[in-house]
Design a protein around this ligand. Structure first.
Ligand SMILES: *[C@@H]1O[C@H](CO)[C@@H](O)[C@H](O)[C@H]1NC(C)=O
Ligand SMILES: *[C@@H]1O[C@H](CO)[C@@H](O)[C@H](O)[C@H]1NC(C)=O
Ligand SMILES: *[C@@H]1O[C@H](CO)[C@@H](O)[C@H](O)[C@H]1NC(C)=O
Ligand SMILES: *[C@@H]1O[C@H](CO)[C@@H](O)[C@H](O)[C@H]1NC(C)=O
Length: 249
């Protein structure tokens, strides 16, 4: 009997907690999220209204970790945070409107249009290992920042030379030409501020370059950004400290 009562009390408490939490979660930012879901069409590229200009897309990459260096196959696997941003003024909201007092919200990515960014030189399907959310700011700035595990082809022949091997990740829209989606040409968007060191390899330099390519099929050009990094094998792995001379002579 006592056990039964305790169980009921516990259930009541849990139900109460659940209600409290869901109410709290629902209230916060819910008006903005409902509004964004209502007005957004994930299948339509949010092209700017003025003339025929393309949507400007910013691609940035943060090198997080070297996961594998396979010299026999000439393949390297890395963990990166890929940041995709663009501006869609139609999503902006007025902070003074009731229930809209938040400078940013996050919502599942499938409610918004996102470019089909691909890693052109991947040798297997990149794996997104983070959550599925996009953040939207009150002035219509959309940011998608998945953590991606990706394996690319790279000539690793010189990885143990002084100069090291030059590997790169080529990222761009898979199907949209520069008439609809154009990439910002800003070489500073490759960094390793959150990099976790690997014992046997060191990263010497990073660079990012924009390329524009025309294919035999079509007159329009397609853009991608080549994010390059120099990787070198460390000849002297960190040595164990010398043992102290204990014997006194
Ligand atoms: C969604 O849009 C419709 C039509 O524009 C409007 O009547 C409705 O109030 C909107 N709902 C929300 C939650 O914004
Ligand atoms: C939202 O409201 C709070 C309290 O009313 C205020 O302190 C805060 O500055 C407001 N935030 C924005 C972004 O307007
Ligand atoms: C590595 O390769 C890229 C792309 O070809 C090039 O832009 C970059 O300058 C190279 N880096 C070095 C240090 O040679
Ligand atoms: C230990 O003793 C050896 C031989 O006497 C000497 O060469 C070496 O420098 C000493 N190492 C340390 C850490 O004192």
């Amino acid at each position: 009997m006592t056990t039964m009562a305790t169980t009921y009390n516990l259930l009541a408490l849990l139900t109460l907690l659940a209600l409290t939490f869901s109410a709290a979660v629902k209230l916060r930012h819910s008006a903005i999220v409902a509004h964004l879901r209502n007005i957004s069409d994930p299948d339509v590229i949010p092209l700017p209204d003025n003339n025929d200009s393309p949507l400007n897309l910013q691609l940035a990459l943060s090198l997080e970790k070297i996961l594998d260096v396979d010299r026999e196959r000439n393949e390297i696997e890395v963990l990166v945070v890929q940041t995709v941003t663009y501006n869609n003024l139609a999503l902006a909201w007025d902070l003074n409107k009731e229930g809209f007092n938040a400078t940013g919200v996050t919502l599942p990515y499938w409610y918004l249009w996102l470019p089909d960014v691909a890693v052109y030189n991947a040798v297997s399907s990149p794996k997104v290992i983070s959550g599925d959310v996009v953040s939207v700011s009150y002035y219509g700035f959309v940011t998608f920042f998945p953590v991606v595990r990706v394996r690319v082809w790279c000539d690793l022949q010189d990885v143990d030379s002084i100069s090291g091997a030059n590997c790169s990740l080529k990222l761009g829209s898979w199907t949209q030409s520069s008439e609809t989606v154009s990439l910002f040409d800003l070489g500073i968007y490759f960094h390793m501020s959150q990099y976790l060191a690997t014992p046997n390899y060191e990263v010497l330099a990073l660079s990012a370059t924009k390329h524009s390519k025309v294919y035999p099929c079509c007159p329009e050009s397609y853009e991608h950004i080549e994010f390059s990094f120099i990787i070198r094998k460390q000849d002297q792995p960190v040595e164990a400290p010398e043992e102290e001379n204990r014997s006194e002579k």
